[in-house]
Design a protein around this ligand. Structure first.
Ligand SMILES: *Cc1c(COP(=O)(O)O)cnc(C)c1O
Length: 226
């Protein structure tokens, strides 16, 4: 028997408990179920339990699942690295993109977003630990990318996304999550439309919610190990 319903309920409970502990509103954070490498049947099952937003990292895999799940009103979020030859399919098939990290990618997504769809919701991914091999813009590169997303009419600038490097010490983990939150606050002065902080995964969703996350992206603890 599938464990998805029970595991999803547990994660929902963790999200609610973390919000309550932080004195935040019950609906202040959205649970994004990360279904990469998992089957369309698993997504369908989670949808049947009330989960409506799903995150995917790999375009080809995502498109195949979307094909099989066309009958469901799922909100699809693209959260993986973006190659420029993949922007058209992303612009045509997703509601959100969390991983924009170059102005050039933003321009392509804007130009390729079909006029029949609402503007594409965009978060800019920040490489908060300045890890050389990691995706995302450095904090000092944010102004350029934020400005280009803000000016593109077929994109809707929503927020920042980060995947901090894992730390064994809880306090250290908290510190870096708070750094992302204060970056968002800083840029909200210039772009008041910034309302989204996408951070927190299976291992650190409580800490992320305490730091102000508005979208937590959880895979393993809902669908099991990959
Ligand atoms: C895989 C992935 C997640 C989910 O991670 P889990 O540890 O399985 O919860 C979240 N965000 C991104 C960008 C991912 O690639």
């Amino acid at each position: 028997m599938s464990k998805i319903p029970e595991q999803l309920a547990q994660v929902q409970n963790r999200v609610h408990a973390a919000l309550a502990a932080a004195g935040r509103a019950e609906d202040a954070a959205l649970l994004l179920a990360v279904s990469k490498t998992k089957s369309a049947a698993a997504v369908r099952e989670a949808f049947g339990c009330g989960q409506t937003c799903f995150g995917e990292n790999y375009l080809q895999e995502a498109l195949e699942k979307q094909q099989q799940l066309q009958d469901l009103p799922i909100e699809w979020h693209f959260i993986g690295p973006i190659q420029s030859n993949k922007t058209r399919a992303i612009a045509e098939n997703f509601d959100w993109v969390h991983s924009v990290d170059r102005a050039r990618i933003a321009v392509r997504l804007n130009d390729q977003r079909p006029p029949s769809l609402p503007p594409l919701n965009v978060c800019v991914q920040v490489n908060i630990d300045a890890e050389p091999s990691k995706a995302g813009v450095l904090p000092e590169e944010l102004p350029e990318v934020l400005e280009s997303v803000a000016q593109l009419p077929r994109l809707r600038l929503r927020g920042l996304m980060a995947i901090p490097a894992p730390r064994s010490d809880h306090g250290e983990q908290q510190k870096v999550l708070l750094q992302v939150a204060s970056l968002l606050q800083e840029w909200q002065q210039r772009y008041p439309q910034l309302d989204t902080l996408s951070m927190g995964m299976s291992g650190d969703l409580e800490a992320a919610i305490a730091a102000g996350a508005t979208i937590v992206r959880v895979g393993t603890d809902i669908f099991g190990a990959r």
